[in-house]
Design a protein around this ligand. Sequence first.
Ligand SMILES: Cc1ncc(COP(=O)(O)O)c(C=O)c1O
Length: 375
Amino acid sequence: MEIPFLDLKRAYEKYGGEIEKVVVEVLRKGIYLNGPETETLEKELSSFLGRSFAIGVSSGTEALYLILKALELPKGNAILLPSFTFVATAEVVVRAGLRPFFVDVERESGNMSLSSLEEIYNDALKKGFQVSGVIAVSIFGIPARLKEIARFCKERGLYLIEDICQAFGSELEGKKVGTFGVASATSFYPTKNLSCCGDGGMVFTDDESLARKIRAMKEHGQTGPYFYEYHGVNGRIDELQCAILRIKFKYFKEEALLREKIAEAYEEGLKELSPELEILKSPPNSKRVLSLFSVRVKKRNELMEFLKKKGIQTRIYYPLPLHLQPVYKEYGYKKGDLSETEALCKEILSLPFFPYLREEEVAFVIEKIKEFYGV
Ligand SMILES: Cc1ncc(COP(=O)(O)O)c(C=O)c1O
């Protein structure tokens, strides 16, 4: 049996007909940007998330960047963020003229550790930096400790920005991830929980003036016809992607249940392999919508190779933490600085995972992993 890591065609087989219909409608209507599909999607998603404003943009990266720029943080100020995330979370900090300070992870979830957050905050102050904010990432769809992080930020007058690119739809204590800070950014990249057929993203906030500013900034900073109040970018999302997203959003809840069913099947099937294989855990009182199903394994490369021979695709998110990436060498990090993150990068492995992965395929993956461990 060949088990793909992710097969987007299966979703297309289910509702591709509906997608094709709306795509043709948009093409025939001749409104390709800033039209009714974008406006309606923004309304649908802001109401789903429980935030007053949503602004569609060209990617999750641009969504994060625009939040940072719109907050007008003093140049060179520090932003605290996990080292265990996709590079875009850090890339935007540098692009916004700010200084990233990388935080270690907690072992059980792979998300930012509260004790490391405090330590790195003090370290930044000691080094003479002013700290402006924290970017909390809910990695793989697992909610970060957002309540505590929000409290931490409030007590110190820091902005909390949420990167929910991998966690759209997840909840913590009855509140959607993406509603704990001043603003949040999601991505519609094809591998995400709610995805389009290309690039796209969205900013969510309750702050009206921030929303107004970001809406202008994603359009070159324009607030009237050829009148520019802000430095902006070309960061629009297009009508075709929004029309596709509106179809996919209709299936979002159903797909979230399918994701959960698969995650639970993996958990049930693999639990006896602990401590050889540990499954990343969500915090108490949370409801996850996982984008990736990831485990920690000691003999990672051997297991990966074994599964590959059996026709099972797996991936490593992420093999090298951000603080050790060559692009950030100017900040002087060295091996051992964030030990939990470094250990996680050596052990993490993501298994095939998407809503339309079949029951027998999940069973096959479990069976082969057990075979590897001789169980
Ligand atoms: C955690 C995280 N942040 C940011 C991004 C950037 O999103 P995009 O690819 O839409 O720019 C991604 C996804 O790619 C991500 O996984």
